[in-house]
Design a protein around this ligand. Structure first.
Ligand code: HEM
Length: 527
C-alpha cells in the first residue's frame, strides 16, 4: 500500500484485498480503502465525501472502471460501463492514444446526450398514460393471482420499460420479449458475478488465454448474440412500425427521428435502447419487491398510509399521479424504501481520471470509487433507529435525519447516484414508483402468509440475493383487496385501460392475443 492512501485492511501478495470483495451483502462488509490487484478502490462512507468527490469533482470522477467483459460483449457500447480509457487500444502503436481516448469519450457523450432525452421531467411526463394503464394491469393481476406477486411485479416493470422505450408492451410474464430479456439478463449477470470469471481487469494477461481454456470467452459470445438478437429485433420492429405510420410516441421513435442530430449510428441506437431495458427493468421491480417486503413486515406503516389515501382519494376511484402532492406519507414511504434498502447498495462504481486529494489523503488516478450508500443511510448519528422502516422520519426533516442533526450533505435522490453519471431514468422510475405505491396501498392489504396450521410465516427483511443490486429473495405473503367495492372498481378500470394498453399491443404472439382477449372478457362479465 502506497503512502498517503486512506487506511484499509492488510493486503495479500499479488491480489491485495481482492479476496475481501464479498459476493453477498457487500455493503456490510468493507471499509475505507482496498487494494484490488495492483489497483486501488476507495469506499466512500460519508455523504460529504460523495458531494465533494462525485458531484463537485465530477469531471475527474465520472469514469467507470475498466470492465473487460463489457468490452468483449458490447464492444464499448454499454452506456453504464463505458470506460473512457479503452485499455485494449493502449498498447496499439498504430493509433495515437489521445485519438483513441477522445473517440471513446465522444462515444460516451453521444450516448449520454441521447439518454438525457428521457431524463428531463417534461420528456418523462409524455410516458405517463401508459405507466398509469400498466399499474392498473398490475393491480388487476394481483387481484386475480396474488400468490404470483413476485413475477407480476417483474412483468410490470419490464412492460413499462419496453412500452416507454419501444412502444411495445408485455401482457404476460411469458410474453416472448420478456422471456428473452430475463434469459439474457440471467446469463449476463451470471457472467459478471465476482468469481465467475478470472479477475481479468486486475491481471490483464488472463485476457490472452486461448478460448479453448477460457470458458468465459465462449459464454461472452453467446451473451453477445442473445443481447443483439433482443435489442436489434426490437429496434427493427419499432422502425418498421414508424415507417408504416403506426408510431405511438416511444423513446426509440424519437431517437430514430433525431438520429442524425444526435449522431447515433445503428449500433449505438441498438445498444443504447437495449442497455436502458437492462437498467430500467430489474431496478424498478427489485425496489417494488423491497417495498412489499417492508409493508408486510411493518403493518403499522400500511395502516397510516391507508388512512391518508382514504382521506385524500376515497373509496370510489383509483389514485392518479396528481394525488401525490396531497399524500405526504406516501411520498415518505417512497423515500424510506430507498433509504432502508438502497437498490444499488454500493452504487455503480466510478473511476478517477486524475489524482485527487481529499482531507489529506491521496486518491490516485485510476482508482475505483464505490459509494457505500447503505452505510451512511443507516448511521445512528444521522437517523433515529435506522434499522427500522419508519417513513415518519421524512415528515420530520427533508432528508429523514434526526431533528437538529446536519443532513445538508444528503439528498433525497441519492439512491439514483450523483454527478455526471446520475441515473438518466430517474424521472421515469419515480413515476412508476409513485403510481405503484399509491395504487397498491389503495387497493390491498399486505399480510404475512400463514402455514397449514394457521401460524403466520415471518418475513426476513435481510434475506437478499447476492449481487451488486439489492433484490429480496422470493418470499411468501398474503395480498387481499381492501373491499369488494374496490375489487369491482379494479375490474372496471382494467376494462377502461384497454384503449391505452392496446395502443402498445403490436405484433402480439397468438398466446398473448388469446390471453388479453380472455382477461378482458372475464373483466367484462364481472362489471
Ligand atoms: C428504482 C429505480 C432505479 C434506481 C434506484 C436506479 C439507480 C441508479 C444508480 C445508483 C445509477 C448509478 C449512478 C452513478 O454512477 O452515480 C444508475 C445509473 C443508470 N441508470 Fe438507473 N436506476 C433506476 C431506474 C432506472 C431506469 C428506469 C432507467 C432507464 C430508463 C435507468 C437507467 C440508468 C442508466 C442508463 C444508468 C447509467 C448512466 C451512466 O453511466 O452514464 N435507471 N441508476
Amino acid at each position: 500500500r502506497e503512502t498517503g492512501l486512506p487506511p484499509g485492511p492488510p493486503t495479500l501478495p499479488f491480489v491485495g484485498n481482492l479476496h475481501l470483495l464479498p459476493t453477498q451483502f457487500i455493503h456490510y462488509k468493507v471499509g475505507a480503502e482496498l487494494k484490488l490487484g495492483s489497483g486501488t478502490a476507495i469506499v466512500l462512507t460519508d455523504a460529504a465525501a460523495v458531494k465533494e468527490l462525485i458531484e463537485k469533482r465530477s469531471a475527474t470522477t465520472m469514469d467507470r472502471p475498466p470492465l473487460h467483459l463489457a468490452e468483449v460483449v458490447t464492444q464499448g457500447l454499454n452506456l453504464v460501463t463505458l470506460h473512457l480509457y479503452a485499455r485494449r487500444y493502449k498498447s496499439c502503436s498504430l493509433v495515437p492514444l489521445r485519438q483513441v481516448l477522445s473517440r471513446y469519450s465522444e462515444k460516451w457523450k453521444i450516448l449520454r446526450r441521447a439518454a438525457q432525452a428521457i431524463l428531463t421531467p417534461q420528456a418523462s411526463a409524455r410516458h405517463l398514460p401508459i405507466q398509469q394503464a400498466e399499474i392498473i394491469q398490475l393491480v388487476h393481476d394481483l387481484l386475480r393471482s396474488p400468490e404470483s406477486f413476485y413475477t407480476h411485479v417483474q412483468r410490470y416493470s419490464n412492460s413499462v420499460i419496453l412500452s416507454v422505450l419501444y412502444g411495445k408492451r408485455s401482457p404476460r410474464f411469458e410474453t416472448p420479449e420478456t422471456v428473452k430479456f430475463f434469459k439474457v439478463e440471467h446469463e449476463w449477470t451470471t457472467l459478471l458475478e465476482t468469481g465467475a470469471t478470472p479477475p481479468l481487469d486486475y491481471f490483464p494477461f488472463l485476457k490472452y488465454v486461448p478460448e479453448r481454456w477460457a470458458k468465459w470467452k465462449q459464454v461472452s459470445k453467446v451473451v453477445r448474440k442473445m443481447q443483439r438478437d433482443l435489442y436489434f429485433t426490437l429496434l427493427d420492429e419499432t422502425q418498421e412500425r414508424l415507417r408504416r405510420g403506426e408510431g405511438n410516441g416511444s423513446y426509440v421513435e424519437e431517437l430514430v427521428e433525431k438520429q442524425k442530430d444526435l449522431e447515433l449510428d445503428r449500433e449505438m441506437l441498438g445498444y443504447l435502447s437495449g442497455v436502458l431495458i437492462e437498467t430500467g427493468s430489474e431496478t424498478t421491480s427489485s425496489y417494488l419487491q423491497s417495498l412489499i417486503l417492508a409493508l408486510v413486515a411493518y403493518p403499522e406503516v400500511q395502516k397510516k398510509a391507508h388512512e391518508e389515501i382514504d382521506r385524500v382519494v376515497g373509496q370510489h376511484r383509483m389514485p392518479r399521479l396528481g394525488d401525490l402532492e396531497h399524500l405526504p406519507y406516501v411520498q415518505a414511504i417512497a423515500l424510506e424504501t430507498h433509504r432502508f434498502r438502497p437498490m444499488t447498495p454500493y452504487g455503480i462504481p466510478h473511476y478517477t481520471l486524475a489524482t485527487e486529494e481529499y482531507k489529506g489523503y491521496v486518491i490516485p488516478k485510476g482508482s475505483t470509487i464505490f459509494i457505500n450508500a447503505c452505510e451512511f443511510l443507516n448511521r445512528w448519528e444521522l437517523y433515529d433507529d435506522p434499522e427500522n422502516f419508519n417513513p415518519d422520519r421524512y415528515l420530520l426533516t427533508e432528508n429523514g435525519t434526526k431533528p437538529g442533526v446536519d443532513g445538508s450533505n444528503l439528498r433525497p435522490t441519492f439512491a439514483f447516484g450523483a454527478g455526471r453519471r446520475i441515473c438518466p431514468g430517474l424521472h421515469v422510475a419515480q413515476h412508476t414508483i409513485n403510481l405503484s405505491i399509491m395504487n397498491l396501498l389503495w387497493a390491498f392489504e399486505f399480510h404475512k402468509a400463514v402455514d397449514p396450521k394457521g401460524n403466520p410465516i415471518e418475513v426476513d427483511t435481510m434475506d437478499y440475493l447476492s449481487g451488486l443490486t439489492a433484490k429480496p429473495r422470493s418470499f411468501k405473503c398474503r395480498i387481499t383487496p381492501r373491499s369488494a367495492e374496490k375489487a369491482e372498481i379494479i375490474e372496471l378500470e382494467f376494462l377502461n385501460a384497454t384503449a391505452m394498453l392496446s395502443k402498445f399491443e403490436f405484433d402480439l404472439c397468438p398466446e398473448d392475443q388469446e390471453y388479453v382477449a380472455k382477461l378482458r372478457g372475464l373483466a367484462k362479465s364481472k362489471v
